[in-house]
Design a binder for this molecule. Structure first.
Ligand SMILES: Cc1ncc(C[n+]2csc(CCOP(=O)(O)OP(=O)(O)O)c2C)c(N)n1
Length: 680
């Protein structure tokens, strides 16, 4: 390795400035990987030139205010190249990204985790790592930018969304949905910088992929071109011209993975392992970088810091424009930015809840949800609806909403097309960008198509609301392909996700209230296709769904059993309690619309709701984690396999999810616990 000394040549006089700037990125990244003894040096070494051009000549940002709302968004979709971003954040002067943090790459508690994590590291716009997610999330950001621009104008909202994506991102099926949606919507402010190095982990992309990416994007309505990803002027010209097109842009940057590492560059060996000191030393020689690890000459650092400060003047100009707004407009802009839902929505929700309580409508919870949406979309402009081509089944569109169209972004409803995965990822991007609380619909059985994006929403802690209808065998004749059975259990397994399954119209309004209030959690509302009665409850004073579970019916006298149910099966549990009553047994009925909120209640509250009598759980789905609420002696009445195609009523009786079956299960559990009492 070359040692820095007084005799070290001043490479800043010998190399063009932009090359030295890119090399600073390269060696911070490669040295951090080396020190961590793990990570991915190939992508940062290959894309350093493109990133250096983007940051130094185009990206609108101010390192002193990483959350400035009118900053350009940069999404590192190829999240394994995280050190590229961390190096740039350090060089441009993000306060929290110290040299020490770079030296602690991938260590416990550092700001430099293996893949970029939103909310953990300032300057990281979204969590990336699962390939393709960042790309599709960026589509949502670019859409939110245009929509907010349509509402508030160029003076306040006028920025680009850039994506750095690799071969892996473009191989993922999600990329197809994202490309297609962005092309259709003509998201001209979206610019994808494709790290076209023709290498993935297994080797050359030709092992597994023969796509002509340019033609693929072109066919979806993008502006496309290829550049030499190591030619700074060509990169700059490409970005400059693509910013002016009326379509989203793909710039395929032909790069060499591991650029500068003499024996590994251009091969998969550069992708995901430290280069080793010998190779790294030779790379230093090849790229004429005489400095020891983590040392950046002052003059070079000053150039980078100037890049980080370049946005200060535009940011101040923006702040002045904001201050000059009349107070009403300013407040509505700031409310939108913070995705405020506002007290009017709370009032609207109370009102519709009272209406349901008075009228007792026997409607599907998806219909109740539509009525809730009718009320709340009139009370706020910050809700953004949508569906993956199931608008009339999910009942997600309201009178107050207009669809967003290509080039006309003034609406507030997105026809996502049959693209569930892109919808879920774009909703994450919309929420991350700010401006709207997105909700989007599909069938619960297709939540699997959204799952990777839902998982990231939960990991990032962003408020997106999934309206998932047709939530059980109760959907009937469409049959087992469309009947969710394992989906509730599988969604409940995702940490930080709220899964609601309301029992009637009133609980539906209350579940919407909870989902809207959960500012840092995504929610899934699981709603019925079939009509459900409004259940009798003792008091309507507060929102019991917020406690996750509550006693809907308490028998007179001590409980012999507690019947716990969700959604459409709560009415079955009520009927079972009536049957048991006729047989001289006292059963309480607990509605449990949200496991997660109930699990978060204090132990005494949970014990009071669950009681000490034997328990029966009822849900038209597989057992999953129900045992947690039932104890060893409890019984579960639900599904043990897939559903079938038949009318809903027949399915319930054929699969044994009936009041009689629940009553019989309660009797068995009571008999069993006479010998072995239940733990509270
Ligand atoms: C969904 C998903 N599948 C697999 C991986 C594991 N993985 C990480 S990087 C990578 C190869 C990506 O190749 P490319 O995008 O060309 O990156 P480069 O080799 O150029 O760094 C794979 C398969 C992942 N991160 N996400």
């Amino acid at each position: 390795m070359t040692v820095h000394s007084a005799a070290t040549p001043n490479i800043l006089r010998e190399l063009p400035s932009h090359v030295a700037m890119a090399n600073a990125v390269r060696f911070l990244a490669a040295d951090a990987v080396e020190r961590a003894n793990s990570g991915h040096p190939g992508m940062p070494l290959g894309m350093a030139d493109v990133a250096a051009v983007l940051f130094s000549r185009f990206l609108k940002f101010d390192a002193a205010d990483p959350r400035w709302p009118d900053r350009d968004r940069l999404v590192l979709s190829a999240g394994h190249g995280s050190m590229l971003l961390y190096a740039l954040l350090h060089l441009t002067g993000y306060e929290a990204m110290t040299l020490n943090e770079l030296q602690r790459f991938r260590q416990w508690g550092s700001k430099t985790p293996g893949h970029p994590e939103y909310g953990h590291t300032e300057g990281v716009e979204t969590t990336t790592g699962p390939l393709g997610q960042g790309f599709a999330t960026a589509v949502g950001m670019a859409l939110a930018e245009r929509m907010l621009n349509a509402r508030f104008g160029d003076g306040l909202v006028d920025h680009y969304t850039y994506v750095i994506a690799g071969d892996g991102c473009l191989m993922e099926g999600l990329s197809h949905e994202a490309i297609s949606l962005a092309g259709h919507l003509k998201l001209a402010r979206l610019i994808v910088l494709f790290d076209d190095n023709q290498i993935t982990i297994d080797g050359a992309t030709s092992l597994s992929c023969s796509d002509d990416q340019l033609i693929r994007f072109l066919a979806s309505g993008w502006s496309v071109r290829r550049v030499n990803g190591h030619d700074h002027d060509a990169i700059a010209q490409a970005i400059s011209e693509e910013r002016e097109t009326d379509r989203p842009s793909l710039i395929a940057c032909r790069t060499v993975i591991g650029y500068g590492a003499p024996t590994r560059q251009g091969t998969e060996k550069a992708h995901g392992a430290p280069l080793g000191s010998e190779e790294l030393g030779k790379a230093r020689e090849a790229l004429r970088w005489p400095y020891p690890p983590f040392e950046i000459p002052d003059e070079l650092l000053a150039r980078w810091r100037a890049v980080g400060a370049r946005g200060r003047i535009p940011r101040h100009g923006w702040m002045e424009r904001l201050e000059k707004l009349d107070p009403f407009e300013r407040a509505s802009f700031e409310d939108a930015l913070h995705s405020e839902i506002g007290s009017e929505v709370g009032f609207a929700l109370r009102e519709i809840e009272c209406r349901f309580a008075d009228a007792h409508p026997r409607i599907a919870t998806r219909q109740a949800s539509q009525q809730v949406l009718e009320a709340i979309t009139q009370a706020t402009t910050n809700l953004l609806g949508g569906s993956a081509d199931l608008t009339h089944s999910n009942l997600t569109l309201t009178e107050a909403q207009q669809p967003v169209r290509p080039g006309a972004y003034g609406g507030n409803y997105i026809h996502y097309g049959v693209r569930e995965h892109a919808m879920a990822a774009a909703m994450n991007g919309i929420a991350l960008h700010g401006g709207f609380v997105p909700y989007g619909g599909t069938f619960l059985a297709f939540s699997d198509y959204c799952r990777p994006a839902i998982r990231l929403a939960a990991l990032m802690g962003v408020r997106v609301i999934h309206v998932m209808t047709h939530d059980s065998i109760g959907l009937g004749e469409d049959g087992p392909t469309h009947q969710p059975v394992e989906h509730l259990a599988s969604l409940r397994a995702i940490p930080n996700l709220l899964v609601f399954r309301p029992a009637d119209a009133i609980e539906t309004a209350q579940a919407w209230d909870c989902a809207l209030r959960a500012a840092h959690r995504p929610s899934v509302l699981c709603l019925s296709r079939q009509a459900l009665p409004v259940l009798k409850r003792s008091s309507a004073s507060e929102n019991p769904v917020a406690r996750g579970a509550y006693v809907l019916g308490e028998p007179q006298g001590p409980r012999d059993a507690t019947l716990i149910a969700t959604g459409s099966e709560v009415a079955i549990a009520m009927a079972a309690a009536a049957l048991l009553h006729q047989r001289g047994l006292h059963a309480a009925v607990v509605s449990m619309p949200c496991f997660e909120l109930f699990a978060a209640q204090p132990a005494e509250v949970r014990a009071e709701v669950l009681g000490s009598a034997p328990r029966v759980g009822v849900e038209a789905a597989v057992e999953g984690t129900w045992r947690r609420w039932l104890g060893e002696t409890g019984e579960f009445v639900g599904m043990t396999g897939f559903g079938a195609s038949a009318p809903a009523g027949e399915l319930y009786s054929r699969f044994g999810i009936t009041a009689e079956a629940v009553a019989a299960a309660a009797e068995r559990a009571i008999a069993r616990t006479k010998a072995e009492p239940v733990q509270a």
